[in-house]
Ligand binder design. Sequence first.
Ligand code: FES
Length: 107
Amino acid sequence: MVKVTFIEHDGTETTVEAAEGDSVMSAAIANGIDGIVAECGGSMMCATCHCYVDDAWADRTGPRKEGEDDMLESAASEVKETSRLSCQIKLTADLDGLVVHLPEEQV
Ligand code: FES
């Protein structure tokens, strides 16, 4: 299992466990994290799974996938250097302990 900590815009921190191979988005949805909406269910057709990867983890989650930049243009909150679509970050053992911050709004 891989631990992921979500820090919501109001500072609420929740740590969840997910299986390797799950996405950060699905870990959030499975655990009722309010700050992730994921309207399209992970097919990169919305930007409501927007998250900011914590600076300490940005190297390990790697660069945005093809198409993420375009989709992030429709994000409801500010897009930063560390912005990712959480459905495009697959959890691996290397990401155990990952910390992501959630934007103020998703829609
Ligand atoms: S869930 Fe829609 S782009 Fe990630």
